[in-house]
Design a protein around this ligand. Structure first.
Ligand SMILES: *Cc1c(COP(=O)(O)O)cnc(C)c1O
Length: 355
């Protein structure tokens, strides 16, 4: 068999990173002896308790395998099939989930809003809700926001409150796709409650994978009534893990001593470093301010090709286009220096050689 060599760290996605030590240790501990299946174990209880502690409220918590399932099942639990979900036009639920929210809700329509930096403009909510109020059009029922957004920006407390108020005014539920929730909390330096239930969020899909666990996202219902029979929904969708402790234990590892925040803070800081190095270079246009762990930039075609030639991996189709560089819990300054050194080698030198 061919040996699979350790590959170098990349900037393609924070899900390219491995498992952080805290999650790994918890997995190892959870691997001692036997435990009951399907979430009826002490690890799952502890993980849910820690989430309740962090959010300072008695929320209902479920663990599923990935973000698409978390979002789709959470959204499905908020709507009937004749309802609609309002989200940003570049929201992951619209662009990257293969129609799963519509599928799991049996046909709920996703309606698209616009706004700067991947954030919903609250005025657009009213426009969309009032555009059609007749029986021939699916009735708006949910707003979905992404925190941090798909272009690495972060909704402030006030921005979320404004959306929460619009939701209340128009009788809508509020869902938050928090695949990078930890990066948003680290960026804003706020209590997690401030940007969730206190701002009117009913359900949060709290991401673990991109922040250092091996797999698994938490679906957190602040509005407990909405969690009614969610366990059945998970089971039917194939999202009830029989060895549930291996989804929940890493959350204990991440949450009990604050690793979830220190890893997010680190990823954000590395993105800041990359941002600072890139913005100083000629011919490179930064596309968004840096707030979480992403940097978006426009690079000349030959530079993109050259970097790819040297084995660097990154996406060019996410969000609004341009190159996306994601930093992870394990990104190092050396990774950034190596990447930027390669990038610089494709740019014109300030002092052209004379022969
Ligand atoms: C990665 C991501 C998800 C989850 O994706 P899965 O691949 O299904 O785990 C959800 N929302 C956003 C914004 C993401 O970046």
């Amino acid at each position: 068999m061919k040996t699979i060599l350790a590959a170098r760290r990349q900037f393609a996605s924070d899900n390219n990173a491995g498992i952080c030590p805290e999650a790994w240790r918890a997995l190892d501990e959870a691997n001692q002896g036997h435990a009951r299946g399907y979430g009826d174990d002490l690890w799952t209880e502890k993980a849910a308790d820690l989430i309740r502690e962090i959010f300072q409220t008695d929320c209902e918590v479920f663990f599923v395998f990935n973000g698409t399932a978390a979002n789709s099942l959470a959204l499905a639990s908020l709507c009937q099939s004749y309802h609609s979900i309002l989200c940003h036009e570049i929201a992951h639920v619209e662009t990257d989930e293969c129609g799963a929210p519509e599928f799991f809700s049996n046909g709920t329509k996703v309606l698209l809003l616009t706004g700067e930096n991947g954030k919903i403009d609250p005025a657009g909510i009213e426009r969309m809700v009032k555009r059609r109020t007749d029986i021939h059009f699916p009735k708006p029922r949910v707003i979905s926001v992404t925190q941090a957004t798909e272009v690495g920006m972060v909704y402030s407390i006030d921005e979320l409150k404004a959306i929460g108020e619009a939701a209340k005014e128009f009788g809508l539920k509020l869902h938050m796709d928090g695949a990078r929730f930890a990066n948003a909390v680290a960026s804003l330096q706020v209590a997690p409650s401030e940007i969730t239930w206190k701002a009117g969020v009913d359900v949060l899909c709290f991401g673990g994978t991109k922040n250092g666990t091996h797999v698994g996202e938490a679906v957190v219902f602040f509005n407990r009534a909405l969690a009614n029979e969610f366990d059945y929904r998970c089971k039917q969708a194939g999202q009830l893990a029989s060895k549930m402790r291996f989804l929940s234990a890493p959350w204990v590892g991440m949450l009990q001593d604050g690793a979830w925040l220190s890893h997010a803070r680190h990823a954000n800081a590395m993105a800041e470093e990359l941002f600072d190095q890139l913005k100083a270079l000629p011919g490179i246009r930064i596309l968004f301010p840096r707030q979480a762990n992403a940097v978006f930039a426009e690079l000349p075609e030959h530079v993109i090709a050259g970097l790819r030639d040297r084995g660097w991996m990154f996406y060019t189709f996410i969000g609004k286009g341009g190159c996306r560089f994601m930093c992870s819990w394990d990104t190092t300054k050396e990774d950034i220096n190596a990447f930027v050194a390669d990038l610089k080698s494709f740019l014109p030198t300030p002092f052209p050689k004379t022969s």
